[in-house]
Design a protein around this ligand. Structure first.
Ligand code: HDD
Length: 713
């Protein structure tokens, strides 16, 4: 294949070099207008006398204010709130060559630059990070063969099966149109009204009500391409593929009570976490996994591979880990990069192709269309963050904000005046050809009957959860439906739950003060045409060939590291500084981030710098708490309501807590001190304590502690 000339060298980060051409640094420079005129006075407008009216002539004032007036663009209709980072993707080996000709997935010598944006879905740009919501996980691979965007979520299925329902779904979940409430929340009538009438959403609702919807960090989430895509190899043969991202730090979440408090204490919690981890060199990493299904097995399973409300259980098709994504650089400018990044599932490269999943098919239209309004015209691909590293040559011309200066007379093909250029690329030279799928069908507006099982995988998900996860699911449903004011909607949802799990339905019904249905209620499927016979469209219940899947429970995730975890060290004057230093260094060696929190800022013992005071810190912003000994400090902290609350709350949220033996009076001042149980460690020898504490923090949470709840914290 002819090698394409890249702007930059193939080695290193070509994309960063490309971006660097568009960056600006003001350090040491003189102030100018946008026309390059040096500005002498940026403090005063031009006036008729020092107390007179401002003159229209003041072009410097007008330029500055006009630019300011136009500084906002429409936020994304969904996924408006997001944060992003640069990084690199490296494939482990050439094993995928059998299935795909995409070079970045088959050549282990390649380092493909990436830009990854994480997001919530429903909230506005300024909304809280910790909303109960799906998280977007959009990856732009700047490959040598053009951009490939894997625009996924942190949940492997979706609410609806057909893109025509997407505007309805989004209208239902967004703040209600009369009063624009609630912000960034699905706990309201219109969302659950819609969901209760859309039984196909049942599986996704299980994921959304699980703790996956309140991640501890973007860095601790899985990612999924959701749809079944198609790999195409150099012989033109296809293989179905599902994409997965597996975080090396494991999959972890916070508690719902904690999520709500974080939303108040630090609405930027996930954004800050991502930014700080990268600044501290704790680069987030994921492995790219693929599930491959040969074309001959298209109809082998009890679910349809084209149905985006279904997973392929890993027990049926294992996930092969084929490469690694590392995020290693924060953007220089949020607007220029993160806000202007334009993702599109239709951005593919040779070796990857679509399937007929009707949700994917609709997306292929929507993403390009939305960029035209959001970024203002057809030249958004020229914005530096969106530019491929592969060169662009075509006959598309002009339009708002055109950057490229196309030389020559011809902007049409065929031409002879321009020597016939640009030429079409032969397949051997990497020219893209669509997968030649055989189609022989009637043109119909219909849903395949193979899409009619809405519940078996919802049940599979529920059955795969740990006891704590099941309890959280029931609590989440009770909370969300408890916020719904229309009783009929709550009732309908309980009916749907009876199809998934009777105990779950009974628990939720009880919390809502509703009668527990005596038998499963058959929901009505509203996805039917106006003159369709509802009986012909009833959801069907299929028995899943897998009854429980380990990969679906976060209880089975990796728990072997404290890298980048935040540890609160509570201290006051008189603290044992040797203990503090020993604990600090033990955690720093492991890549964690210990911070000293004291009644006030400044120094403790005149030597130990305080990172935060109880006023600016909160237990919900930390993964674990350590209380060192030292008589004065112990006395102050045990009498300090903020310190005691800090511990009570950390305990309530099931976090690891460690104390020096002589700090026991602080423990005694808490509500749990008398019978602390799992994850609360007290030790005389600080080095031993540090070892045990590190192991405990790696466990993430001790959910078994959740009951009984004796303090509201
Ligand atoms: Fe979408 C944004 C993921 C279905 C229409 N979507 C968007 C983003 C992510 C997803 C991660 C944010 C990209 C970024 O960071 O800029 N969307 C998904 C997934 C879906 C899905 C995983 C189902 C499997 N989306 C979906 C459908 C439609 C859209 C069915 C329309 C028919 N999505 C959009 C959009 C957005 C978008 C309106 C808003 C901003 C944007 O595209 O650039 O076009």
């Amino acid at each position: 294949m002819a090698k394409r000339k890249l702007k930059g060298t193939p080695e290193g980060d070509v994309k960063s070099r490309q971006l660097a051409q568009h960056t600006e640094e003001s350090t040491g420079e003189l102030l100018t207008t946008n026309q390059g005129l040096l500005v002498n006075d940026d403090q005063n407008s031009l006036k008729a006398g020092d107390r007179g009216a401002t003159l229209l002539e003041d072009f410097i004032l007008r330029e500055k204010i006009t630019h300011f007036d136009h500084e906002r663009i429409p936020e994304r209709i969904v996924h408006a709130r997001g944060s992003a980072a640069h990084g690199v993707f490296e494939v482990y080996g050439a094993a995928m060559q059998k299935y795909t000709k995409a070079r970045f997935l088959t050549d282990p010598s390649m380092k493909t630059p990436v830009f990854v944006r994480f997001s919530t879905v429903a909230g506005s740009r300024g909304s809280t990070d910790l909303a109960r919501d799906v998280r977007g996980f959009a990856v732009k691979f700047y490959t040598e063969e053009g951009n490939f965007d894997l625009v996924g979520n942190n949940m492997p299925v979706f609410f609806i099966q057909d893109a025509i329902k997407f505007p309805d779904l989004v209208h239902a979940v967004k703040p209600e149109p009369d009063h624009e409430m609630p912000q960034a929340a699905s706990a309201h009538d219109t969302f659950w009204d819609f969901i209760s009438l859309m039984p196909e959403s049942a599986h996704m609702i299980m994921w959304l009500m699980s703790d996956r919807a309140i991640p501890r960090s973007f860095r601790m989430m899985e990612g999924f391409g959701v749809h079944t895509f198609r790999f195409v190899n150099s012989k033109g043969a296809g293989t179905f593929v599902k994409f997965h991202w597996k975080p090396l730090l494991g999959v972890h979440s916070v508690a719902w009570d904690e999520a709500q408090k974080i939303s108040g204490k630090d609405p930027d919690f996930h954004r800050r976490d991502l930014w700080e981890a990268i600044e501290n060199g704790a680069f987030p990493e994921w492995e790219l996994g693929v599930q491959l299904v040969p074309e001959k097995d298209e109809f082998k399973y009890e679910f349809d591979l084209l149905d985006p409300t279904k997973i392929i259980p890993e027990e049926l098709v294992p996930v092969q880990r084929i490469g690694k994504l590392t995020l290693n650089r924060n953007p220089d400018n949020f607007f220029a990069e993160t806000e202007q990044a334009a993702f599109h599932p239709g951005h593919i490269v040779p070796g990857i192709d679509f399937t007929n999943d009707p949700l994917l098919q609709g997306r292929l239209f929507s993403y390009l269309d939305t960029q035209l309004i959001r970024l203002g015209g057809p030249n958004f691909h020229e914005i530096p963050i969106n530019r491929p590293i592969a060169p662009i040559h075509n006959n598309q011309r002009d339009g708002f904000m055109r950057q490229q200066i196309n030389k020559g007379k011809t902007s049409y093909h065929p031409n002879s005046l321009g020597g016939g250029c640009p030429f079409q690329a032969k397949m051997a030279d990497g020219g893209f050809t669509s997968y030649a799928e055989r189609i022989d069908a009637k043109k119909v507006r219909e849903r395949s009957r193979s899409f009619f099982d809405h519940f078996s995988q919802a049940t599979l998900f529920y059955n795969s959860q740990s006891p704590a996860e099941k309890a959280h699911l029931a609590d989440a449903l009770s909370f969300e439906l408890g916020k719904v004011e229309t009783v009929a909607v709550r009732q309908r949802m309980v009916g749907i739950l009876t199809q998934i799990d009777r105990t779950l339905a009974a628990k939720v019904a009880d919390a809502l003060g509703l009668p527990v249905p005596s038998k499963p209620e058959q929901p009505v499927n509203h996805s039917i045409p106006a003159d369709g016979d509802p009986k012909k469209f009833q959801p069907v219940k299929v028995t899943s060939s897998v009854s429980s899947s380990a990969a679906l429970s976060m209880a089975n995730t990796v728990k072997n590291t404290v890298k980048s975890r935040k540890i609160a060290i509570l201290a006051a004057d008189g603290v044992n500084t040797d203990s503090v230093s020993a604990m600090k260094s033990a955690f720093i060696v492991e890549g964690a981030v210990p911070e000293v929190i004291a009644p006030k800022l400044g120094m403790v013992n005149n030597t130990l710098p305080v990172d935060k005071s109880f006023l600016t810190a909160a237990s919900v912003l930390y993964d674990a708490v350590y209380v060192p000994g030292g008589a004065g400090s112990v006395q102050t902290l045990s009498a300090n309501a903020d310190a005691v609350h800090f511990l009570n709350e950390a305990y309530r949220h099931c976090k690891a807590i460690a104390l020096d033996e002589d700090a026991r009076p602080v423990l005694d001042a808490t509500y749990f001190g008398k019978d602390a149980g799992a994850g609360v460690l007290v030790q005389k020898d600080v080095r031993k304590l540090a070892k045990e504490f590190i192991r405990a923090v790696a466990q993430h949470r001790f959910w078994e502690r959740e009951m009984p709840r004796r303090v509201p914290a």
